[in-house]
Design a binder for this molecule. Structure first.
Ligand SMILES: [Fe+2]
Ligand SMILES: [Fe+2]
Length: 145
């Protein structure tokens, strides 16, 4: 298969994002558990699983292209002193993801690679859902302290 190197670049960039997201949600889940906030810890742990699944799907596409998946340096984990801090940091992460996937989709479409575009679009939908989920969680935090 003739592989466009910039498509590989977008897939690798997305993989780095996802591995960074796994690291951040996992670390935040550990922190929330140390605070004794078991409900938040469980939610964040579930997010880490969802991001791991995104990484897995990107890896599959890279392997189909004949490339060994390898994420670059992971961005630093953002923690905080309260649930509100953590959720705000996660919202930044998810907005970055939405931006990244939108740009990657434009590229895949330009390269007439519908299979990669469809993969990226389905992950994009889930990242948009993550933003809405975080907004809901942040509103509940404000209402209930
Ligand atoms: Fe993700
Ligand atoms: Fe996400």
């Amino acid at each position: 298969m003739n592989v466009d190197p910039r498509t590989l670049g977008w897939l690798s960039r997305a993989l780095t994002h996802e591995m960074g997201a796994v690291q951040q949600y996992l670390a935040q889940s550990v922190l929330a558990r140390l605070w004794g906030d078991e409900a938040l810890a469980t939610k964040l742990r579930k997010e880490a699983d969802e991001e791991l699944e995104h990484a897995e799907r990107l890896m599959q596409r890279l392997i189909q292209f004949g490339v060994a998946p390898s994420s670059g340096n992971l961005p630093p984990t953002r923690l905080g002193r309260s649930a509100q801090d953590l959720l705000a940091a996660d919202r930044v992460l998810e907005i970055d993801a939405v931006r990244l996937y939108r740009e990657a989709i434009v590229h895949a479409e330009r390269m007439r690679d519908p299979e990669t575009a469809a993969l990226l679009e389905s992950i994009l939908d889930e990242e948009i859902a993550h933003v809405h989920q975080l907004d809901g969680m942040m509103n509940r935090q404000i209402e209930h302290g």
